[in-house]
Design a binder for this molecule. Structure first.
Ligand SMILES: Cc1cc2nc3c(=O)[nH]c(=O)nc-3n(C[C@H](O)[C@H](O)[C@H](O)COP(=O)(O)OP(=O)(O)OC[C@H]3O[C@@H](n4cnc5c(N)ncnc54)[C@H](O)[C@@H]3O)c2cc1C
Length: 327
């Protein structure tokens, strides 16, 4: 057993910041163990995306390709990695703690019967084989210290918990092609189509998010939230109640099972602030809660609150913002 492999996600021929963080952290762990890091990229564009990763500490890379890997298929990705684990016998497989990274690694764990530690923020890799980890639980509201002992450790890293840094000026590394043996069972679940998200600012990066929950009452009730978001160059978000009721699409959901956001201003309309919602909006710089209940958790935890019904408060805010903007 030697070496560490990192499943690095890429879009086309580019690896984003999260992937570079993974390679930098993986290189550091490998160096601590006196070994090297192999980057593994799957699907079209893998070889071009892999080449520059040497700058971030990868010693070499495998570009995995197969006719069935033209689009994302979690089991096929995982089976490819399992076959590389058999060939390379690494001490660990690392992935980004993204939806895709965690999904692929969970499939690898199920196929190999190895334990997986998801969403780690700190990793101390000891030479005796046991790793000490700190990982996020409950959507980041709890940090857990744990020990991981397995012949091959499966570990995902929380995005932005580690910093990407160039460690090598030259960058270029050997990229070896790898074609796995895949049967039809592993592509039963795969991406067949992509739907572009609607126009306007994206929820994840919007400086202002106007979000609605059960208190909005209906899909039509979101119209005034759309108006306010438009006036503030913001995006509209929602709670899970709004998505469950079919008022908004899941891509608008803020929270543990939605998007985690950190806008300058989060305006929560008729949202109580359950823990699963709070973990998605707690990093907002300012929170304004509009709620009829003065004891609602988002009212007590937020920076500002208006106690009142949305029917009255929101049209008044929209009218005032319009007046100040001269619109
Ligand atoms: C595993 C799991 C994952 C989950 N993931 C998420 C997640 O990602 N995101 C998420 O949001 N939830 C998530 N939930 C659900 C979460 O627990 C809550 O049920 C949900 O957030 C509640 O949504 P809400 O605040 O809109 O509704 P409620 O809790 O019912 O709150 C409605 C609020 O509206 C106020 N209100 C009512 N009428 C008015 C009015 N006219 N004017 C002003 N205020 C009014 C009420 O006072 C109340 O505070 C998850 C739950 C589980 C179990």
């Amino acid at each position: 057993m030697s070496g560490i492999i990192a499943f690095v996600e890429h879009a086309g021929d580019a690896v984003d910041e999260t992937g570079l963080e993974l390679v930098t952290a993986g290189h550091q762990i490998a160096a601590d163990l006196g070994t090297t890091l192999t980057a593994v990229l799957v699907g079209p564009g893998a070889d071009a995306a892999a080449a520059p990763l040497g700058a971030y500490g990868a010693a070499d890379a495998r570009a995995v390709s197969h006719p069935d890997l033209g689009s994302y298929a979690p089991a096929a990705y995982a089976e490819s990695i399992v076959q590389l684990v058999t060939a390379l016998e690494p001490v660990a497989v690392l992935a980004s703690g993204t939806e895709k990274g965690n999904e692929v690694l969970a499939h690898v764990a199920a196929r190999t019967d190895l334990p997986m530690a998801a969403n780690c923020t700190e990793i101390v890799a000891a030479g005796d084989g046991q790793w000490t980890l700190t990982r996020q639980r409950w959507g980041g509201s709890l940090l857990e210290d744990s020990q991981l002992d397995a012949p091959t450790k499966l570990v995902s890293l929380v995005p932005h918990a580690f910093q990407a840094a160039e460690v090598n000026g030259s960058g270029g590394i050997p990229v070896e092609a790898f074609e796995p043996h895949l049967d039809a069972t592993v592509t039963a679940v795969r991406v067949v189509d992509h739907e572009a998200s609607g126009a306007g600012v994206s929820l994840a990066s919007a400086p202002v998010v106007v979000s609605g929950g059960r208190g909005v009452g209906s899909a039509e009730g979101f119209e005034v939230l759309e108006q306010l978001a438009g006036l503030l160059d913001g995006a509209v978000g929602c709670s899970r109640v709004a998505t469950n009721n079919g008022w908004r699409s899941h891509s608008d959901q803020v929270g543990q099972t939605g998007t985690k956001i950190a806008p300058q201003l989060y305006i929560a309309c008729g949202i109580s602030g359950a823990t699963q919602h709070w973990v998605g909006c707690k990093d907002a710089k300012n929170i304004l809660a509009i709620n009829t209940d003065p004891e609602a958790p988002l009212v007590t935890r937020g920076n500002y609150a208006v106690i009142g019904s949305l029917d009255e408060v929101l049209p008044a805010i929209v009218a005032e913002v319009r007046r100040r903007k001269g619109a």
